[in-house]
Design a protein around this ligand. Structure first.
Ligand code: NI
Length: 168
């Protein structure tokens, strides 16, 4: 089932989402939601989707880095993460274009850490400790930010690069 996406202005995007109990993950209580989130992400041609973006203040996100996965770092290219947090590995940042299903039609240049360590819980309830680089590291930062009530605009030092992705 394709879920309705929240858009910037909805308060659910601006609050810190709640942790998910591990027991609920182990019991499969989120299996249907995860399936719907993958379906929704694919329908909107996104590479990531977080709980607040489907009006749920829960620390959950799905991701699929697709063909842009550069293969660096030992992380899956597609998956679900519960209770995700990240920390930078080093100070290096890369500036690249980002968009967001909750801020439709726009894109901007966003600095992100080149390498991050992602911690959380996977779909089977196992602890995650992934060192991620490049595009998938960018996705993780963008999606964890969603669960912290942040959007990519908050990470832009210069809003002059913000613009419509289709300029006619
Ligand atoms: Ni987003």
């Amino acid at each position: 089932m394709i879920l309705k996406c929240s858009r910037l202005g909805h308060p659910v995007l601006r609050q810190r989402a709640e942790d998910v109990p591990v027991d609920d993950v182990l019991a499969g209580n989120y299996d249907d939601l995860v399936e719907d989130m993958f379906e929704t992400m694919e329908a909107y041609r996104g590479v990531g989707l977080a709980g607040p973006q489907v009006h749920l203040p829960l620390r959950i996100f799905v991701f699929d880095s697709k063909e842009r996965d550069d293969g660096r770092g030992a992380t899956p290219r597609r998956g679900v993460v519960f209770n995700g947090t990240y920390e930078a590995e080093g100070d290096a940042k890369l500036v690249e274009s980002e968009g967001c299903l909750s801020v439709p039609f726009l894109g901007g240049q966003v600095p992100r850490y080149e390498k991050v360590r992602l911690r959380g819980i996977d779909g089977e309830g196992n602890a995650i400790d992934w060192l991620a680089e490049g595009f998938v590291a960018r996705i993780f930062q963008h999606e964890v930010d969603h669960t912290d009530g942040l959007v990519y605009l908050d990470r832009m030092p210069d809003l002059r690069s913000l613009g419509y992705t289709l300029v006619l």
